[in-house]
Design a protein around this ligand. Structure first.
Ligand SMILES: NC(=O)c1ccc[n+]([C@@H]2O[C@H](COP(=O)([O-])OP(=O)(O)OC[C@H]3O[C@@H](n4cnc5c(N)ncnc54)[C@H](OP(=O)(O)O)[C@@H]3O)[C@@H](O)[C@H]2O)c1
Length: 328
């Protein structure tokens, strides 16, 4: 009697596990579809101040993803402060936005002293800033961008930390009081911080410093999000880490076939409301990146994604090495 029941129980258990796995995939697929393909027309409405023009401060905003995010924020009726290091580039970026509510802030994110940064933030304290986008980042050294850590000078190692990590931490520290003023809290208005990280934050070869600082952006954002929601004086500030794969931009000229920076900014802005409402701390705003990273998390055996990413980087490094050989 016992031996004839055992296979029945086993089959029921296996069927239960199978059904649970199918339900999990269906849930993920429905969330994926709803999040990416059903986006609100006013994804930043929660961050608009009723009494005054609302502004977003965007770093690294004279080109690439930063400028595209700025353009999409302007379309939502916000003013913007574009932060960058080259005055001429900033001015032409500002003109291209075709809005009366644009200011520029010339700050070198790699070399700015604490005093320079304090003065810069003070100069915009008359504005009602409700959004901070920590976007500036990249490869602050001469080409090639992909090379072994041992070939970097110590100054280059520091430059990665300065540009990609130290600056966004200092700036957020200084801007937080603007996002959490007492009048904002009294009126139950919300504020937003976006921290641009990268899929490379898992730690990749030949871009060791870049990927390590992108892990910093991610951990900084996750920690800050948890801290802000725990305190009634800051719980109105939403904080999201933005994870992305390849985007075509001036910094990533080898991303053939990838989404362009111009389009990517629209995905970022369009995806904010859905992510905040779902209680996420991290968002992958572009469906192509989310699909690839989501499948990798759920389907590929451990380590397979890292293997593919490493091979892709190896090819890029070889292409850069060939370019550098021609330049010599
Ligand atoms: N593109 C990708 O595939 C990709 C993938 C993952 C993550 N990301 C992240 O996305 C963010 C934006 O990347 P992107 O591809 O748009 O880069 P990008 O095209 O090089 O744009 C970077 C922006 O930052 C400005 N900038 C550079 N150095 C600066 C400095 N020292 N001080 C102030 N501003 C400075 C640049 O101004 P100038 O033009 O005047 O130098 C430009 O406006 C970065 O954090 C990057 O790590 C990008």
């Amino acid at each position: 009697m016992k031996s004839s029941m055992a296979p029945g129980i086993l089959i029921t258990c296996l069927a239960g596990i199978g059904a649970a796995a199918v339900l999990r995939v269906l849930y993920w697929a429905s969330q994926f579809t709803l999040y990416h393909f059903w986006r609100p027309s006013k994804p930043l409405a929660a961050y608009k101040r009723a009494s005054d023009d609302s502004y977003a401060l965007i770093t690294g905003a004279s080109a690439g993803i930063g400028l595209s995010i700025a353009r999409n924020i302007v379309r939502q009726g916000f003013g913007v402060v574009l932060l960058g290091h080259l005055p001429d580039e900033l001015e032409s970026a500002a003109k291209s936005l075709n809005s009366p509510l644009v200011r520029t802030l010339v700050v070198n994110a790699r070399t700015a002293t604490p005093e320079e940064l304090e003065t810069a933030v003070e100069s915009i304290s008359d504005l009602n800033i409700s959004i901070l986008v920590n976007n500036v980042g990249g490869f602050p050294m001469a080409d090639p961008p992909l090379r072994p850590l041992s070939t970097l000078s110590t100054a280059e190692v520091d430059a990665y930390v300065d540009l990609n990590a130290r600056f966004m931490a200092r700036l957020t520290n200084l801007v937080l009081p603007l996002l959490s003023s007492s009048s904002t809290r009294e009126k139950h208005e919300r504020s937003l911080i976006l921290n641009i990280s990268s899929a490379g934050r898992v730690g990749m070869p030949w871009i060791v410093m870049y990927s390590a600082t992108k892990a910093f952006n991610y951990a900084f954002s996750m920690g800050l999000s948890r801290e802000l929601e725990d305190d009634s004086t800051t719980a109105h500030i939403d904080c999201l880490a933005v994870t992305l794969g390849e985007v075509q931009s001036q910094a990533n000229v080898m991303a053939e076939g990838a989404v362009t920076a111009e389009r990517f900014g629209g995905y970022v802005v369009g995806g904010i409301d859905g992510a905040v409402k779902r209680g996420w701390r991290e968002v992958r705003p572009y469906w192509g990146h989310d699909l690839a990273l989501g499948l990798a998390d759920r389907v590929l055996p451990d380590g397979m994604l890292t293997h593919f990413a490493r091979e892709e980087l190896r090819l890029k490094k070889e292409r850069w090495d060939a370019i550098m050989a021609k330049r010599r």
